[in-house]
Ligand binder design. Structure first.
Ligand SMILES: [Zn+2]
Length: 231
């Protein structure tokens, strides 16, 4: 079974050619795939893993601008002809992924219009996610952003339970730990999630959708539109 939906959308023939260069790996919570300025040596197609893209400021402040799971690929600059990463790519959900070295990936990308089509479509969806996240971080309160982030993660891990610490969430949302704690407590009191020792359980998915800012649906709907085959 192909876990990654981008790989799943590529026609069988193109996928077979790609397969020789794909290597199954496990990505681990906290692992850094690239730092800003790093040469992209591998692209990653997450399966059950989730990778966060973070923009850095003042050398020590980090803010999440994008989230990539089974819906996408880590290493999109290569698709646009750029070899360096502009962001930190940090694994925030342990799990499976398929990894491919940049050289064979670029070779296959150059010869496969079908692979190009899928990856350009995904690039647009990722850009939409990043743009919306910029507005979200500026205009929406922590509690609604936390609900949105939990939904985005829930969609990608396809499990009601996932590991997350308040400290890590603070980096994701660009807020202090105490703010995360308060927002998580509020969602817990509403019985939407339970939180214990770094593990989050989604209890009420519909309630969490109602508690999230509209950015969640805007990005999800955009992704569905861009994922639909062009007529
Ligand atoms: Zn928002």
């Amino acid at each position: 079974m192909i876990e990654n939906s981008l790989l799943g959308a590529i026609p069988r023939k193109a996928y077979q050619r790609l397969l020789g260069g794909l290597e199954p790996v496990t990505l681990t919570f906290g692992e850094i795939l690239y730092e800003p300025g790093d040469t992209i040596r591998h692209v990653y197609f997450p399966g059950a893993s989730v990778v966060s893209l973070l923009t850095l400021a003042d050398g020590h402040l980090a803010l999440e601008v994008g989230l990539i799971g089974r819906d996408g690929m880590v290493g999109i600059p290569l698709v646009l002809g750029h070899k360096l990463s502009a962001v930190r790519a940090l694994v925030q959900g342990t799990g499976t992924a398929m990894r491919m070295a940049s050289a064979p990936f670029l070779k296959e990308f150059a010869r496969s219009p079908l692979l190009q089509r899928e990856l350009y479509r995904y690039t647009h969806a990722l850009m939409a996610q990043i743009s919306q996240t910029a507005a979200c971080n500026r205009f929406h309160v922590i509690e609604t952003r936390l609900a949105r982030w939990l939904l985005m993660t829930h969609d990608r891990v396809k499990s009601d339970h996932f590991r997350m610490t308040h400290e890590f969430l603070g980096h994701m949302l660009g807020v202090r730990r105490v703010g995360v704690t308060r927002a998580a407590q509020a969602l817990q009191q509403r019985r939407l999630i339970s939180y214990s020792r770094g593990a989050i359980t989604v209890l009420d998915r519909a309630g969490l959708e109602a508690a999230a800012c509209e950015c969640y649906k805007v990005v999800r709907d955009m992704h569905e539109i861009t994922s639909a085959p062009a007529a």
